[in-house]
Design a protein around this ligand. Structure first.
Ligand SMILES: [Zn+2]
Length: 279
């Protein structure tokens, strides 16, 4: 059975920390390098429910996509919600490791997993990493549909294939427009609109889109927008990462048990269609 330090070396090879964005906070939040690892829990958010789930499961390592502390801290007191997570983890001998923007830009990365979940064929990165001679790493992915679909039906496929959340799927654009090419970016995708427009795709699948960028994007061009819950766009990465870790475990004879959390940690809990005036 491997030590934490051996598992972390394997994870750093999948998602090298130096490829994270400069503002990001990736890597190991807590954990003893000499601890023995038998069970790993993969999740999107390092929140209390996930720490409790790991304890119940008997996991010694949680791998999450989102950082616990993005901006640093001066306290891990259990009176703060993040400090309580740290206390739970340390008391239960559970390590926490974060792969965020280094997992976004990896090959395969978060957007490959999203494209796979949607049944799309990946053509190339939306924003290629210039240091990758193979041209496969980078942010977002440009994809093709094997069979073009009207936007309405494409959105229905996304709603059926992505894990269930209260938000579901929001769509901007002509529901009858034919979708052949799609840009995807797991997580908040507002910042990539310029690149999506230059790519000339029919639709963009991402999360957290805001009024003004959406209004401007749809006024500029017939680009269709499909906005899913942030958690739902990144959760497919957990399954992809678990499969990668399983393969490494088999190769090394580690016998690791990997478990993907099914707990929905998207913070939105209810979505209602409004019906007041004007209507
Ligand atoms: Zn995210």
């Amino acid at each position: 059975m491997p030590r934490l330090s051996e598992v972390l070396s394997a994870l750093d090879a999948l998602w090298p920390p130096e490829r994270a964005e400069s503002w990001d906070a990736v890597g190991t939040v807590c954990g003893d390098p000499d601890a023995e690892i038998t069970t790993v829990l993969l999740a999107v958010d390092p929140v209390q429910e996930i720490a409790d789930e790991a304890a119940k499961l008997g996991a010694q390592l949680i791998v999450t996509h989102h950082p616990l502390y993005l901006r640093g801290t001066t306290t891990v007191a259990a009176s703060t919600f993040k400090g309580r997570v740290v206390h739970t983890l340390i008391k239960q001998d559970i390590a926490l490791h974060v792969a965020h923007t280094n997992a976004d830009s990896a090959d395969p990365g978060v957007s490959d997993a999203l494209a796979g979940a949607l049944g799309l064929r990946v053509v190339r990165p939306l924003v290629p990493d210039p240091t990758d001679p193979a041209g496969r790493r980078g942010l977002g992915r440009i994809c093709e549909l094997d069979h073009p679909l009207p936007l309405r039906e494409f959105a229905a496929v996304a709603a059926a294939r992505l894990p269930a959340t209260a938000q579901g799927i929001r769509v901007a654009g002509d529901p009858e427009a034919l979708i052949r090419t799609v840009a995807v970016s797991g997580g908040s995708g507002d910042s990539l609109f310029d690149q999506v427009r230059s790519a000339g795709v029919d639709a963009y699948v991402t999360a957290d889109l805001r009024h003004h960028p959406v209004s401007e994007a749809t006024q500029h061009s017939p680009l269709a927008l499909v906005d899913a819950a942030h958690w739902a766009t990144e959760w497919p990465w957990c399954e992809q990462a678990a499969a990668q870790l399983d393969e490494i475990s088999d190769r090394n004879g580690w016998g690791l048990r990997t478990h993907v959390s099914r707990t929905v940690t998207d913070p939105w809990t209810v979505h209602l269609s409004s019906s007041g005036a004007p209507n």
